[in-house]
Design a protein around this ligand. Structure first.
Ligand SMILES: [Zn+2]
Ligand SMILES: [Zn+2]
Length: 439
């Protein structure tokens, strides 16, 4: 055995040993009061998508103080913090910053009472109902640890705070603003998301697809309006739209291979103004989800075909055929965890946290624009993992049944923040050392 091989073995085992786990755990516990203060501050002051000025300022200041080279205002409110620490891979660690137009009902002492107006002009309460406040606190926690442990790794760390995840716009905005040109281009990208379907402190990961393709589709179903008492002189768009909604249910159930996964949900159905008027238009809004480009295409083509076919069956004139609009600008592509990084990081998590706290989980139909960082260059290894946030007592009480627990985006979602932040900070450090560790 050569000296180098011996050194490699020693350093790998040192970074995954029980002593290392204990030291890291202890260091994170010492940071936790400050990270929790930051979390509560962020939670109390949530900001809507692409308006994350205050949050970005707090994160930029933290990173600057730690010695990162910090650039603010990337892709709107995005922050890029770079730490060059010798030769080696370049690792991107991402936290998203935006909150949701949800009125908080958790009853927490530091619950948000903030209100604001979205880019779409809708005024509402604002809440960190997706837990991005825990992401930001753990981002700071991981930055602190990685700076403190800089003698144990080599390479470049690019920590980014991303705006606008909830509207699928922030990652693209940062990439379009030169994320991979003005700053070191990553070889690896890692993020985590808090989970409302795992007990607090558990880590979940998926191999391959982790989150779905998400499309928003508008359907303008046009008819010929008239008096409610004379339906024979009209073409009723509400009856037609109802048929379309019903036929759409067969897209997934009858047209897709049962072993493929997809969702077609009609989330909004609007039409008409009054009891006795047959309107001339009804409007449907759909969310369409899948994991592959092929299934996505099949669903979108199917929606257009069904809308047109039902309109023909209803005798709608050619010039009044339904108008189907796929909102391409809002499309979020599927998030795929690449194999090598996922398997090696999962193995490190198991060594660090123990088998009982790490489990492989199935993919979910939610979307994440974290996918963009890998899609911008498929050579980049990519992983997003889950950190459970449901307090164990709540989990046991509900028997782990997600239908009996608040989901992400619920006004009642209150993760066990100290456990999430401590676990996620440790996990991000362990994952980062897996990529950058001196071995
Ligand atoms: Zn969300
Ligand atoms: Zn989220």
């Amino acid at each position: 055995m050569t000296r180098t091989m011996l050194a490699v073995m020693l350093s790998v085992s040192a970074m995954t040993s029980p002593a290392f786990a204990q030291q890291l755990g202890q260091a994170v516990r010492q940071d936790l009061p400050e990270l929790m203060a930051l979390y509560r501050d962020l939670h109390q002051h949530p900001e809507l998508s692409m308006q994350e000025m205050r949050s970005a300022g707090l994160l930029a200041a933290e990173a600057r103080e730690l010695g990162f080279d910090v650039t603010a205002g990337v892709g709107g409110t995005g922050v890029v913090a770079v730490l060059r620490n010798g030769s080696g891979p370049t690792l991107l660690l991402r936290a998203d910053m935006d909150a949701l137009p949800v009125e908080e009902q958790t009853g927490l002492p530091f619950a948000s009472r903030a209100r604001g107006t979205s880019l779409a002009g809708v005024e509402s309460g604002i809440m960190h109902a997706c837990g991005h406040d825990t992401h930001m606190a753990a981002w700071v926690g991981a930055a602190r640890r990685l700076v403190a442990m800089r003698d144990q790794w080599s390479g470049t760390l690019v920590m980014i705070a991303q705006p606008g995840e909830e509207i699928g716009r922030g990652a693209v905005a940062m990439l379009d603003d030169g994320l991979y040109i003005r700053f070191p281009k990553p070889t690896h990208a890692i993020a985590f998301h808090d989970s409302a379907s795992l007990p607090a402190g558990m880590i979940g990961y998926s191999v391959g697809p982790a989150l779905a393709n998400v499309d928003s589709v508008d359907l303008a179903v046009r008819g010929v309006g008239g008096h409610g008492a004379y339906p024979h002189t009209t073409r009723d768009p509400i009856v037609l739209a109802s048929r379309i909604v019903t036929t759409l249910q067969t897209l997934v159930s009858r047209e897709l291979n049962p072993l493929d996964s997809a969702v077609v949900t009609v989330g909004s159905f609007q039409g008409g103004t009054k009891h006795n008027i047959i309107s001339d238009e009804a409007r449907l809004q759909l969310t369409v989800r899948s994991y592959t480009p092929e299934i996505r295409r099949q669903l979108l083509d199917g929606i257009a075909r069904i809308a047109r076919g039902e309109a023909i069956a209803a005798g709608i004139p050619d010039e009044r055929m339904p108008v189907v609009t796929v909102r391409e600008a809002e499309f979020t592509p599927a998030t795929v965890n690449t194999d090598a990084l996922t398997q090696s990081t999962a193995a490190r998590f198991r060594q660090h946290f123990g088998e009982a706290r790490v489990r492989q989980v199935p993919p979910v139909m939610a979307g994440e624009d974290f996918s963009r960082y890998h899609l911008a260059d498929p050579a980049i290894e990519s992983l997003i993992f889950w950190v459970g946030g449901v307090p164990q007592a709540r989990w046991d009480e509900a028997d782990g049944d997600p239908a009996r627990l608040p989901s992400l985006h619920s006004p009642f979602w209150a993760p066990e923040a100290d456990t999430v932040i401590a676990t996620a900070t440790e996990a991000m450090v362990v994952a980062a050392l897996g990529v950058l560790g001196r071995n």
